[in-house]
Design a protein around this ligand. Structure first.
Ligand code: F6R
Length: 249
């Protein structure tokens, strides 16, 4: 795994944007997997800046978001569709026909998940998947205990995830969601894992240097050949020998 430790959140966001931008430069018609959450906001800000500076175009890019709350439509401010519109989609030249989100209000959520897997496959698979990590080690909404073979499906969120995300949203969020599975994520050709802040340090250390176990869903990323983790110093605080890690281990 390639580990990059930046001084702070601003530098992390710029570095992450640089990685996404070079993916798009290399393959203008690439497929990006996108995350929501506080950590990703700086990345989207930095990408919007680059777009406005005419350094990057998303006009041929296809996107797939990781997850969505079950029962929330795109106009609900708690929904990830709303988040993405606000922070990214409405501010760049993405073609709406190539933007994919799980529909939280689909009549048949399981069928919606199966449709999503097919759409990812038909798009040729994900070239670069952006991930955040939960304090409990979740990736996407794959909570501890999720089997490695899981695909996109309806999931139940842990009480701590619901509590934290409700606090951030300023109102309760649903305790069920639609989420890409661990296998869906691991099928991406490259993965960009972002973590910022001291409250992520334990999860980051377990994910990057602990045992590979479903108890820490992000730990499976150790088995993926194309992961770059971009951390700030606080998130890297509990890594053993991170300076050596950064030198390319
Ligand atoms: C978001 C997602 C989650 C978040 C994770 C970190 O689409 O799937 O796994 O990436 O919960 O969230 P923040 O960045 O808010 O700490």
């Amino acid at each position: 795994m390639n580990v990059i430790v930046e001084e702070d959140y601003a530098a992390l966001s710029q570095r992450a944007a640089g990685i996404v931008a070079s993916q798009v430069a290399r393959k203008p018609g690439c497929v990006l997997g996108l995350a929501t959450g506080v950590t990703s906001i700086g990345l989207y800000e930095a990408l919007v800046e680059r777009y406005r500076a005419q350094e990057i175009s998303f006009s041929r890019v296809t996107t797939f978001n990781l997850d969505e709350y079950l029962g929330l439509g795109p106009d609900d401010p708690r929904s990830f569709a709303y988040f993405m519109r606000r922070h990214f989609f409405s501010r760049v030249d993405l073609d709406p026909a190539r933007v994919h989100l799980l529909n939280g209000v689909a009549a048949d959520p399981e069928e919606e998940c199966a449709r999503y897997e097919t759409a990812i496959a038909e798009a040729g698979g994900i070239d670069l998947q952006v991930l955040g990590v939960g304090q409990n080690g979740h990736i996407g909404f794959n909570e501890p205990g999720t089997p490695p073979g899981s695909l996109t499906r309806v999931v139940r969120l842990s009480p701590e995830t619901v509590r934290r995300n409700s606090r951030l949203a300023g109102q309760p969020v649903p305790d069920r969601a639609l989420s890409m599975g661990i296998k869906t994520i691991m099928q991406a050709r490259r993965i960009l894992l972002l973590a910022s802040g001291r409250d992520k340090a334990a999860a980051v250390a377990e994910a990057l240097q602990g045992e590979v176990t479903p108890a820490v869903p992000a730990s499976i990323l150790q088995l993926h050949p194309g992961v770059t983790a971009v951390l700030d110093r606080d998130a890297a605080a509990l890594l053993r020998n991170w300076r050596e890690l950064c030198e390319g281990l």
